[in-house]
Design a protein around this ligand. Structure first.
Ligand code: EPZ
Length: 422
């Protein structure tokens, strides 16, 4: 295993190129199962999660190649049984359920385990597939989907859960519905840009979809889908993470190859705090502001403040000489980073699902433990702010979702290095 040693206190300046979106690439890679023809996907970030997804596609029988950000997949002859040992390593593997059901009318995928950000149910995914006519059973920890008898028939489905819409649930039902007979309407659909990007990919394959990017998506089923060449949208959460770094320590940090519109609520919050922002068509420049004001945020489904940015803004709150609060409504337990930041001297506490931060207190480097992808990135940010060295253990959490984050930060002037974690 590896750890990251961050030597804090360096100012950041210069430009960084944002990678393709992990949360767009994963369902789009899964969607290649919907056709026997070759698909080419560009700007696929080099992450352990995307590598896992490609391996799962390979185990399902697809041929794939990957060379510097371009993945080509031919799911010519596939079977419906996803490999447990790979699926258990990545919860997002659940998004092969929809395309396997759509293409083969059968699927076997292990129930995803929980994770540190909380329980990760898939009841809404299964509700949607059942509404399309599939028979769902759970056997020995596996989800078995069977629509081989009658096939799939379009239906009107509401996918709203107690924490709002479901991103991968919407993806799964939309993918299956592309090859169902008739019309499917998904109410309470997730409106995230990554759902829209998946829909654009499916439409390019010949699917008939309207309303993606809103809370109501209509799909007219078709007989079959064909191969396509598609470029994945930029990663708005990676971009948000670098914006937080720039707000904490930046003298004009510029992000390139981003889509500012995907980050509107994050940009609005940063502007309200008083961080100077210059927004271009595909770039954003941000600088720190010692007189920035605090913020009171609540995470919401898109276009609200993203839960995937909550931990990073907890770190940013430490740099602001003011009080801030962050309330988590999507994954109420998503606060593993609080205890670790307090070990660095952060003045913060948790009241229910609300973190309260009294910023401006200097942080001191410490040995901390990464726990999930975004909490780990937040600890890197805290380490950049702290005096002295911060050692972040279990670095594999970060490598799941950030492409070469240490090289990118070093390119902005950060001092950090990987080391063996004995
Ligand atoms: C996606 O996960 C993202 N992952 C997550 O990003 C992100 O945090 C999440 O959406 C919310 O935006 C990918 O896209 C690969 P959900 P997903 O289904 O689809 C509840 C990261 O850091 N729910 O939208 O799995 C669920 O418990 C990752 O990149 C049900 O109750 O999340 C949660 O409270 C972490 N029943 C809420 O809905 C279900 O059947 C939103 O979950 C499904 C979900």
């Amino acid at each position: 295993m590896e750890k990251l040693i961050v030597h804090g206190g360096q100012r950041l300046t210069g430009s960084v190129q944002i990678s393709g979106s992990k949360n767009s690439a994963l369902p789009i890679l899964a969607a290649t199962l919907l056709t026997a023809e070759r698909c080419t996907i560009r700007r696929v970030p080099d992450l352990s999660d995307t590598n896992y997804m490609l391996r799962i596609l390979g185990e399902l029988g697809a041929d794939f190649e990957r060379a510097s950000g371009v993945a080509t997949i031919s799911a010519t002859d596939i079977h419906p049984d996803a490999p447990y040992d790979l699926v258990r390593k990545m919860r997002a593997s659940i998004c092969v359920l929809g395309p396997l059901t759509g293409r083969l009318k059968k699927a076997r995928v292990s129930l995803p385990g929980g994770c540190v950000i909380g329980d990760r149910p898939v009841d809404l995914h299964l509700r949607g597939l059942e509404a399309l006519g599939a028979k769902i059973t759970v056997d020995g920890g596996d989800i078995l989907v069977d629509a081989s008898e009658k096939g799939l028939t379009g239906a009107r489905i509401n996918l709203m859960g107690k924490h709002g819409s479901t991103v991968l649930g919407t993806d799964n039902v939309m993918m299956a519905a592309t090859l169902a007979r008739g019309t499917t309407i998904i109410d309470g659909a997730a409106a995230e840009p990554e759902v829209k990007d998946l829909a654009d990919f499916l439409i390019a394959m010949g699917a008939r979809i309207e309303g993606a990017g809103t809370n109501r998506i209509t799909i007219e089923g078709v007989e079959e889908l064909h191969g396509v060449d598609h470029t994945v949208i930029p990663d708005r959460i990676e971009a948000g993470t670098f914006l937080a770094a720039g707000a904490m320590l930046g003298d004009r940090v510029t992000l390139n190859r981003v889509q500012p519109a995907h980050l509107q609520v994050v940009l609005d919050e940063l502007q309200k705090c008083g961080f100077p922002l210059e927004i271009g068509t595909e770039s954003i420049t941000i600088s720190a502001n010692p007189d920035a004001r605090g913020f009171d945020l609540t995470t919401q489904t898109y276009p609200g403040f993203p839960t995937d940015m909550q931990a990073q803004f907890c770190a940013l709150a430490c740099a602001v000489r003011d009080a801030s609060s962050l309330t988590e409504t999507i994954f109420p337990q998503r606060f593993m980073h609080i205890a670790e930041m307090k070990r660095m001297g952060a003045d913060m506490d948790l009241q229910g699902a609300t973190a309260r931060v009294r910023g401006g207190k200097p942080l001191k480097g410490a040995r901390v433990m990464a726990s999930d992808l975004r909490a780990s990135a937040a600890l890197v940010l805290a380490g950049l702010l702290a005096s002295g060295a911060t050692e972040i253990h279990r670095l594999y959490h970060i490598d799941r979702g950030y492409e070469h984050i240490d090289d990118k930060l070093a390119g902005l002037g950060a001092q950090l290095e990987r080391a063996k974690d004995i």
